[in-house]
Design a protein around this ligand. Sequence first.
Ligand SMILES: [Zn+2]
Length: 126
Amino acid sequence: MANPYHHALSSVKKWGGSVDDCMAVHNWFDASKRITADFRHRALRHHTEGIFMAETIFGPTLTLSSGRIIPTRCVGEQHVIEDLGFIPSFADWVRCMRPEPWMGRAQRLEKEIDSAFASSTSAETG
Ligand SMILES: [Zn+2]
């Protein structure tokens, strides 16, 4: 499994600058290793939505120490392609998840909402 540092070295090779220029972006992509230590951590951010989220967090461009400006999305695409070989959508990840009963479980809220509404109404009038 590639380390964020190795992704950052690859960024330097591709765009120049220094390792620190793109390190925060690569660290962000792999921060999900805190949740799951194996490759499944990638389901959280290694997809099209994750790449756009990185752009939201780090801004549309990164200014390298060389002065060169590069699109943040390109760094995200580089990271995901280096890890997975292509850029999946989140839907691609979801298709690989086995549904479990707890995922679709829902409690009936109508009765609780009705009773809460009734008590607040009576409190207002009382
Ligand atoms: Zn990664």
